[in-house]
Design a protein around this ligand. Structure first.
Ligand SMILES: CC(C)(COP(=O)(O)OP(=O)(O)OC[C@H]1O[C@@H](n2cnc3c(N)ncnc32)[C@H](O)[C@@H]1OP(=O)(O)O)[C@@H](O)C(=O)NCCC(=O)NCCS
Length: 187
């Protein structure tokens, strides 16, 4: 096995990211169907830039995992926590299921729950927030199912294909989270 299951769900698990997956990430992040949903500016991503990102992501205080489909140990995305603030116990959530064949099948929801579980029950975070564009129905659906609630909007902050869209802010507190993989280890 080339991945290392760390937080394990029914359909997928979180594993440390691997340097050799940089080419796969490069494909995902240059796919406009994927990229249009990402809430940070993504220029044209070269393989070299992606290798650099993979090598340095953890050093910048991010906790990012590969999302691996469980049955075949296939990487389908990555997900994690950024700007982890241990003093105030806050962080920002980000996810991409880059393999589009896996969209809409529950993988994003499960991977989100696994990251929240790690964030709340291992890192002892209190508040996890995210940003999502108002046209990203699949993202909004996934986050609501995991317990995120809308806390506000930056209006018309995304401009794409000649139209403005809102940037939606959502968050969840540790006491609102229900998916206790980590707690299950202590029964
Ligand atoms: C957003 C993302 C993580 C969601 O993961 P996913 O595995 O596709 O989503 P899920 O199947 O777990 O859940 C999607 C939910 O939204 C609902 N939904 C709402 N509108 C939808 C739409 N237009 N298409 C598909 N699903 C939709 C689905 O019905 C589903 O809920 P259900 O299981 O109760 O039916 C994934 O699609 C992805 O990575 N997309 C590209 C990058 C991205 O958007 N990243 C997030 C940036 S904020």
């Amino acid at each position: 096995m080339t991945y290392y299951p760390k937080v394990i769900g029914k359909k997928c698990y979180l594993s440390p990211i691997r340097a050799e997956d940089a080419a796969i990430y490069t494909r995902w992040f240059n796919d406009l169907e994927v990229q249009k949903n990402l809430t940070y500016p993504v220029p044209i991503i070269t393989l070299e830039a992606e290798k650099e990102w993979v090598a340095n992501v953890a050093k910048r205080g991010n906790v990012v995992f590969a999302v691996v489909e469980k049955k075949h140990d296939t990487i389908i995305g990555n997900a994690g926590l950024h700007q982890v603030d241990q003093t105030n116990r806050c962080a920002e959530f980000g996810i991409v299921i880059g393999e589009k064949a896996y969209w809409g099948k529950g993988y994003g929801t499960e991977a989100t729950n696994l990251v929240l579980d790690y964030g709340f029950n291992v890192l002892n975070l209190h508040n996890i927030m995210l940003k999502v564009y108002s046209y990203n129905d699949r993202g909004l659906g996934c986050y609501k199912k995991c317990g995120f609630k809308e806390i506000g909007r930056r209006r018309e902050a995304k401009c794409i294909a000649g139209k403005f869209w809102d940037e939606v802010y959502m968050d969840i507190l540790d006491r609102e989270f229900k998916s206790p993989f980590v707690k299950g280890l202590f029964k």
